[in-house]
Design a protein around this ligand. Sequence first.
Ligand SMILES: O=C[C@H](O)COP(=O)(O)O
Length: 271
Amino acid sequence: MTTSTNGKFDRKPLIAGNWKMNMDHVQGITLLQKLAWTLADAEHDFERVEVAVFPPFTDLRGVQTLTMGDNLPVRYGAQDLSAQDSGAYTGEISGQFLSRLGCAYVLVGHSERRALHGESNELLATKVAAAYRHGLVPVLCVGEGLQIRQAGTHVEYTLEQLRGSLAGITAEQAETLVVAYEPVWAIGTGEVAGPADAQELCAAIRTELAQLFGDETASKVRVLYGGSVKASNVAQILAERDVDGVLVGGASLDAAEFANIVRFEHHLVTD
Ligand SMILES: O=C[C@H](O)COP(=O)(O)O
């Protein structure tokens, strides 16, 4: 995109779909084909707005096949990875395997993994390091629950997650980092954070990144918002200065809806 005075448009918007534990390998292919056709019909410019999907592990080989060559420039990643590289870790998936399957990204520390699998900031820092070791870009998820939001400590809580989960990474590694701010109270609930709420936290995250890694690095990091994003609310959220994209759950399972989210700039023109 072209340069703007605030620098936002130096960062290519990223529209990411997290399929969670939905879509088996056959359904996943069908969904991605529908998305491809819809975006092709709309002549979507993937150079302008990047599209990525995060299917279940078992879908990744099929997604790789479908996106090979230049036919479908959708990028993809896994929803988690092991902190280890190989060995006796039954049930774990190495970043090395993901890399060999053509993954560009990997989600790290999604709130569902933090809550359901007890993933701590300390563990997540080792997963972030593993992602970089294997050439994957981590999409680090942070965000507060309802009680913390109601207590008014959401900014400090989220920044603590950020600092803890990035412990040990270098400024050079951080340049490619993606952070997703996802308030837990807005995930799958239909409750969407207002654009001003999203901006407040995304800006606070960028300021913290600047303190950790310097202004230049922080200006390159893409900070996404996630939580009940739909085609009807995405344009307002992405109009905010520090929001560089969205991480979409439920609405990414519907090809037409997700394609409309990808085409958010058209809503800006027509809304
Ligand atoms: O990873 C995606 C988020 O958990 C948001 O999910 P949602 O769009 O269904 O609220």
